[in-house]
Design a protein around this ligand. Structure first.
Ligand SMILES: NC(=O)c1ccc[n+]([C@@H]2O[C@H](COP(=O)([O-])OP(=O)(O)OC[C@H]3O[C@@H](n4cnc5c(N)ncnc54)[C@H](O)[C@@H]3O)[C@@H](O)[C@H]2O)c1
Length: 388
């Protein structure tokens, strides 16, 4: 079991915080991915309302969170419920900023799915509404709480890597083109058969799983980017009514951080590879290579030493989480951590780990990367959305 000491420098552990009877009244929006979290297992959280536009999704939310206050939309829910403290938003990516703004302007703290924003204009609006209201905003980035990423962050802070000179980060998710062509229920379509927001989405507009491994470990910022896009060659696979005007299924970027370190970043949606969110961190003193599913486990390599198993601890099985949440959970054990961290930051009246500045540092470089890809790989500067 990992010691609490290994977490120094991160948010305080559950065990370190005095227990209270306070309950955060939380609403959940979006019954797809949103019906896979563990907020209701936290002793200080009550899931007080849930909402989705589709009946089957509403049922999922009701069953998963055991919550009978079910609404047909977020807007309807917030018009009727004035007793809520916070909202966890799991709507589609293009709606995130609009929905976060809607909730924060009504005085509610927000935990929102990735990505934080879809354009630089949206990024500015998100930061502005957070700073204006002073409420808590957390991005639910799963990479940040994958067990190997927690391990990498701890070791980095202890100096075990030295400086991380080069990282390879990637999110591979092979969307089945046949499903789209045959209009099968899948990620391509909403439950009513309408095109989902994923059709044609520029891969680099979904960069946070990969950049969570960079920003979330070293807290460095991506300063410059050059990106190339790969067009789908099979004509039948191209998306004719692409609302994003995006020709690329796969995007590959070379980035440099504000400390001069290099990052190779792949966002691939058509690839013969297992679905994975994965990083390799190459440090001056040592490197950590995350497991390749079905090929090898997590590997630690000391400089001039031999590669050996990294023995990543099961952080979820520790006092970092409330007792009822100490179980493995979705996306590499991250779902329980994200749920607990959002409730803890509200109880402790502090900013969450992945606050608005970290969230935008994980999101904005991808937006600029896609612009670079559209310009054939032009080297571009990434604007900062840190606190002014
Ligand atoms: N590992 C991860 O971090 C991870 C994994 C999957 C999805 N996601 C993110 O989570 C979000 C949700 O993913 P998904 O696959 O469930 O998407 P989805 O499009 O299938 O579902 C979104 C849901 O939000 C609901 N919704 C939209 N507007 C609403 C409103 N005004 N009121 C109530 N409900 C509303 C829709 O009805 C829909 O059911 C996405 O932003 C995605 O990027 C993250």
């Amino acid at each position: 079991m990992p010691s609490r000491r290994s977490f120094l420098g991160q948010a305080a552990s559950f065990a370190a915080f005095p227990q209270s009877d306070k309950k955060i009244r939380l609403a959940i929006v979006g019954g797809g991915f949103g019906a896979t979290f563990h907020f209701h297992e936290h002793p200080n959280c009550s899931v007080a309302a849930v909402a989705d536009l589709y009946p089957e999704r509403r049922n999922r939310l009701r069953d998963h969170y055991k919550c009978d206050s079910v609404y047909h939309s977020m807007e309807d829910m917030l018009a009727k419920r004035r007793d809520l403290d916070a909202v966890a938003i799991f709507s589609g990516a293009p709606d995130h900023v609009k929905h976060v703004q809607y909730c924060m302007e009504r005085g509610l703290h927000v935990c929102c799915a990735v990505p934080a924003a879809m354009s630089l204009e949206e990024a500015g609006r998100l930061r502005a509404v957070k700073e204006k209201t002073g409420l808590r905003y957390m991005m639910a980035e799963s990479s940040y709480y994958r067990q190997a990423a927690i391990h990498a962050r701890n070791l980095y802070r202890q100096g075990a890597f030295g400086a991380i000179a080069y990282s390879e980060v990637e999110y591979y998710h092979d969307f089945n083109i046949e499903d789209r062509l045959n209009k099968k229920p899948s990620l391509w379509f909403h439950p009513d058969g309408a095109h989902s927001w994923r059709q044609g989405l520029p891969p680099m507009h979904y960069p946070t799983h990969s950049l969570g491994f960079v920003v979330g470990v070293t807290r460095e910022r991506i300063a410059t980017v050059s990106c190339q896009g790969l067009e789908e060659r099979a004509k039948a696979a191209r998306i004719p009514t692409n609302v994003y005007q995006n020709p690329f299924f796969n995007e590959f970027a070379v980035m440099k951080t504000n400390k001069g370190h290099l990052v190779r970043h792949n966002e691939f949606r058509q690839i013969a590879a297992p679905e994975m969110e994965r990083a390799q961190w190459y440090g001056e003193k040592a490197s950590l290579l995350m497991a390749k599913p079905g090929i090898h486990g997590d590997i630690w390599q000391d400089r001039f030493g031999k590669p050996r198993p990294a023995n990543v601890p099961e952080f979820w099985n520790s006092d970092l989480l409330p007792p009822a949440m100490r179980h493995n959970s979705g996306h590499g054990g991250s779902a329980a951590f994200i749920s607990a961290e959002f409730i803890q930051c509200l109880l402790e009246n502090r900013e969450p780990t992945v606050n608005v500045y970290e969230a935008l540092a994980m999101t904005v470089p991808g937006i600029v990367a896609h612009q670079s890809a559209l310009k054939g790989g032009e080297l571009m500067k990434v604007p900062s959305f840190d606190r002014a």
